[in-house]
Design a protein around this ligand. Structure first.
Ligand code: SF4
Length: 579
């Protein structure tokens, strides 16, 4: 007769705390990941990237269902000898021998086999249980709930030890390596992998094989919301899994924590310690902006991401690598500026309007700078590291071309706006810190919002925003966030802003003018935030990857593609262009 394990005195809850050792124990679930894909193991265990997708939640729900109604016990075991630790689903005894159960939400392999990763995981549990209770294990049973199959695997102690110890050896080797393994598993495994949106395997295959169009495993839209708070004196608290926002007029609003991507706090907004804890534990960003729209800082999680940052530092210290990134970035920025001007002035240029000559001169100048940048990029691609002796000089040249193109671009914006000098939004060149006219106040405010999103995307990917490749740390702003912004200024802010000016969406009353300084007031900021957030939600088709996604997701995608320049297949960063 078989007994459930909890009927026996010896089967109490077992927690075996991991002792501090030179070689930390490996989670059995990590061995499961290793058998599935070495890169998955590395991303989860070494780089500490975990993504809970719908499949992961479904697995958790299955285990909660199975626990219902049964006497709860926990069998959490560890073995120094094997080098592993793990939590066993369920154990029964049969004539003194043990039977290990593992429940899986999915289907079995071909209806009659266990998947290799499930086999390794359950075998490791068998060894842990056998060692802990000093009893033989008869068999392993893996129950696949999707096709209602139970696969029974006879347990052979020697074979099991060999299989698990080999896996542990491989896992330790990977854990001590600084390099992320390449994508090497079949596509179908990636489609079911929770880390696909972070790993971007299809984009790597795309660069390697130049397929027509990669399958999009990267989410096209943000499911969560960015909450901006402008009400001075408002406060955020946590209540269970909800945030409660108390407004100065006494009104309160509740938002489920699961729906929030980040908070953007403009000016004097309070947030409780408990709410900050909750945000840190659940990857919810907090960004503080001054009342005037100046970016103050963000909540940053604690340690982690060591490997990613280490690789980033190494790369940005490699002069040739750095110069090539600068070349790509400058060209993308200036080409986007030109494309937008050409698009916005197509009608004007054919109608010979006032300012046509000046506009054409700016277009010609920008084209000239693009050619110069392309020449530098071409010569760099033929050059070896050892032959570039004056790296800073080359970067300085590119900065010069980019700067001159930028000045021409802003001159051209004056023609695009075509407002009379007495219009309150008349624009006659960029000024900032502080902005001295309403149009510059709008530009600065939108760029601050964009900067905030660039910082958030860099943090989400786990890179260090303090360490950029183009901008130097001369101000309190993060150089890498400033680098990334260059790709998005035109697309995410200049274009929707100029369209809104053409639609007469702004009023003089949206601004506060104090002496030489001009700021957006509360209503003006509300309008600008709405314009910016709506633009972020718009979907567009990536010109190279050919799949559609929101602009908001595109920012994070670009950071991931930037990281691929040194961790995987390079060649996709900074290729987005205005259509
Ligand atoms: S997406 Fe594919 S390559 Fe990347 S970790 Fe998952 S299974 Fe491995």
């Amino acid at each position: 007769m078989s007994n459930t394990i909890e009927n026996e005195d010896i089967f109490q809850s077992h927690f075996l705390a991991e002792k501090t050792t030179d070689e930390p124990l490996i989670r059995v679930m990590a061995l499961h990941a290793l058998a599935y894909c070495e890169r998955l193991f590395y991303l989860e265990e070494v780089e500490e990237i975990r993504v809970a997708d719908a499949n992961v939640y479904a697995g958790r729900r299955l285990h909660e269902e199975l626990d219902k109604g049964s006497k709860k016990y926990t069998l959490e075991l560890a073995s120094q000898e094997l080098g592993i630790r793990g939590k066993v689903d369920y154990v029964r005894t049969d004539a003194g021998e043990l039977i290990i159960y593992e429940h899986k939400k999915g289907r079995s392999n071909k209806g009659n086999q266990a998947w290799p990763s499930d086999h390794l995981q359950t075998t490791a549990y068998g060894l842990l249980v056998s060692e802990h209770f000093n009893r033989p294990v008869k068999e392993l049973r893996i129950r696949y709930h999707a096709d209602n199959k139970t696969i029974i695997i006879p347990f052979d102690l020697d074979k099991a030890k060999e299989e698990v110890l080999n896996a542990v050896k491989k896992a330790r080797g990977l854990r001590s390596s600084l390099g992320r393994p390449q994508v090497s598993v079949p596509e179908k495994l990636c489609r079911a992998c929770s880390l696909a949106p972070v790993c971007l395997p299809e984009e790597e295959r795309f660069v390697e094989e130049e397929k027509e169009k990669p399958l999009r495993l990267f989410p096209a839209e943000d499911e969560k919301r960015v909450i901006h708070l402008l009400e001075q004196g408002a406060a955020i608290h946590k209540d269970g899994y909800q945030f409660v926002i108390s407004l100065p007029d006494g009104n309160k609003k509740s938002i489920p924590g699961a729906n929030v991507a980040s908070f953007v706090l403009h000016g004097n907004i309070q947030i409780s310690t408990q709410a900050i804890h909750f945000c840190a534990a659940n990857d919810i960003g907090i960004h503080w902006l001054s009342y005037g729209g100046h970016y103050v800082g963000a909540l940053q999680k604690g340690a982690g991401y060591v490997q990613r940052r280490h690789r980033q530092y190494e790369t940005f210290h490699d002069p040739l690598f750095k110069i090539l990134l600068v070349a790509k970035l400058c060209r993308a920025k200036v080409e986007n500026q030109l494309k937008y001007i050409l698009r916005a002035t197509r009608a004007k240029r054919s109608n010979e309007t006032q300012g046509q000559e000046a506009l054409q001169a700016s277009i010609n100048s920008i084209r000239h700078e693009i050619k110069a940048l392309a020449r530098i990029e071409k010569s760099l691609s033929k050059t070896g590291n050892e032959t570039i002796t004056q790296h800073d000089k080359v970067i300085g040249e590119m900065r010069g071309h980019e700067g001159r193109a930028g000045r021409e671009y802003f001159k051209a914006l004056t023609c695009i706006l075509n407002l009379p000098e007495d219009n309150f939004l008349y624009f006659n060149g960029r000024n900032r810190r502080p902005p001295r006219d309403p149009f510059n106040a709008l530009l600065s405010f939108g760029y601050a919002l964009l900067y905030k999103d660039c910082v958030a995307a860099i943090q989400a990917v786990g890179l260090d925003p303090c360490f950029g490749f183009f901008h130097t740390p001369r101000s309190s702003a993060y150089p890498l966030a400033l680098d990334l912004m260059e790709l998005f200024r035109v697309i995410l802010w200049d274009m929707p802003l100029i369209a809104s000016v053409n639609r007469n969406q702004w009023r003089k009353q949206d601004f506060e003018i104090t002496g030489q300084q001009v700021w957006l007031n509360k209503e003006g900021r509300r309008k600008a935030i709405s314009l910016y957030e709506n633009r972020k939600r718009e979907k567009w088709k990536h010109p190279v990857l050919k799949y559609s996604l929101s602009y908001s997701r595109t920012i994070e995608l670009e950071v991931r593609l930037l990281e691929k320049e040194w961790t995987g297949q390079p060649g996709l960063f900074a290729r987005l262009r205005v259509r």
